[in-house]
Design a protein around this ligand. Sequence first.
Ligand code: IMP
Ligand code: MG
Length: 198
Amino acid sequence: MQILLSQDELSEGITRLARLLRRDFDGRPVTVVGVLTGSIVLVADLIRRLDGPVRVGMVWASSYRGTATSPGRLELRLDLLPDLEGQRVIVVDDIFDTGRTLEALVGELSRRGAAEVRSMVLLRKLGRAEVAIEPDYVGFDIPDRFVVGYGLDFDGAWRHLPYLAALDENDIAEARSTVAADTDSCHGGAPQAAHAKP
Ligand code: IMP
Ligand code: MG
C-alpha cells in the first residue's frame, strides 16, 4: 500500500473545497447530498466547514465491485432523500472514476425538482471518464490506481483509514485470497473473520 494523500493533505483539500462552496453559495441555502457509503468521511468533514443554512441528505449507490477493481451494473437507492423541490443541491461523492454514478445521480436529483444540482468529488481518476459531464468541484486528481481509505473501500475493507492509499497488485491478490479463505471456512462452519461479509 502506498500513501497518496496524508491526513494533512486531505484536510487542506476539504478546506479548499469548503471555501469554494462558501464563495459560490454566499450564505444561500444549500442541500448537501452524500453518496453512501464512500462519501461519509468527506461529508462529515465538509459540512463542518460550511456556514449559512445547510441541509444534509443521503443516497446510496453501488456499482457491484466486490473484489473486482472495475465497475459492474449501477444500482441507486434514493428513498432516504429529503424533499428537493426548489433546493440548491450539491451531490458529494468520494471519487469520479468512469463518472457513471455521478452522471446518473445528477440526472435523478434534477428530475426531483431541485432548482440547481452541482457535483463535488474528493478524487478524480485521470484518464477513466466515460461520460460527458465533469464534476463541478474536485479535491484532487489522482493517477489510475485503486485507492482506499478516507471512506473508500476494497470489498468493504480499509474505509476507516484516515489517509488515502493506493493498493498494489500484492495487496489486491492478498485481499482476494483472504476473502476466498473466509468463504471456505464459513462453509466449514468456522466463525467468520471480522472483515468477512455478513
Ligand atoms: P464511477 O461510477 O465509475 O465513477 O465510480 C464511482 C464509484 O466507484 C465511487 O463512488 C466508488 O464507490 C467506486 N470506486 C471507483 N474507483 C474506486 C477506487 O479506486 N477505490 C474505491 N472505490 C472506487
Ligand atoms: Mg461510491
